[in-house]
Ligand binder design. Sequence first.
Ligand SMILES: CC(C)(COP(=O)(O)OP(=O)(O)OC[C@H]1O[C@@H](n2cnc3c(N)ncnc32)[C@H](O)[C@@H]1OP(=O)(O)O)[C@@H](O)C(=O)NCCC(=O)NCCS
Length: 176
Amino acid sequence: MKLQRLQEFEIDEATGSAIARLLERCFPEYPEGRIYYKQLPDFRFLCWEKEELIAHMAVEHRIVNNDGQPFRVFGVADLCVAEPFQHRRLASRLLSELSLLGLQHRIDFLMLMAKDHGFYKSHGFELVANTCRWLMITEHCMLGIAHRRVQSSLMVKPLSKKEWREGLVDFLGHVF
Ligand SMILES: CC(C)(COP(=O)(O)OP(=O)(O)OC[C@H]1O[C@@H](n2cnc3c(N)ncnc32)[C@H](O)[C@@H]1OP(=O)(O)O)[C@@H](O)C(=O)NCCC(=O)NCCS
């Protein structure tokens, strides 16, 4: 198994097709043939078994405003593992690699949106219920700014000593 970290602009057509195929297999509602839901991420972790892409995680590097505090975050999106390779700690490995990278490079928090919290809780994420503001995007069009309480999907993992507060979270862009 080979683990790779790629800047988004370095992704070639063949790798892009492999990512699109894996995303379609893991997320049946994913836009066909695309490798991003709303916007391109900054970099990705890819796991390969010989020539087959078996695990993927997209990451955005961004400043997010939490209650007036500008935090440097890595936003996680589209974490997935091909079914035959699940339960081998591949997703856990990708999250650990990202935490390590964040710790090495002054990242304050990892952030993500998830419906199923158990897996992420076991990897140091906590569920928060902040009111959030974010840019709504659908099919390559900006629709406006959403502003509402996000009850049971936003999760954060602290990597620094900075304190996550209950106040407004301004994503300064779209959600991850
Ligand atoms: C979720 C997913 C990424 C996990 O990948 P994985 O490589 O199998 O995960 P790991 O092997 O690292 O960890 C699995 C372990 O996490 C823990 N875990 C997983 N889900 C959990 C949950 N809901 N609650 C508590 N623990 C959980 C368990 O200990 C599990 O151990 P097991 O394999 O013995 O059952 C994978 O199942 C997947 O791609 N699913 C489809 C796409 C998806 O839903 N992605 C998440 C988007 S938010």
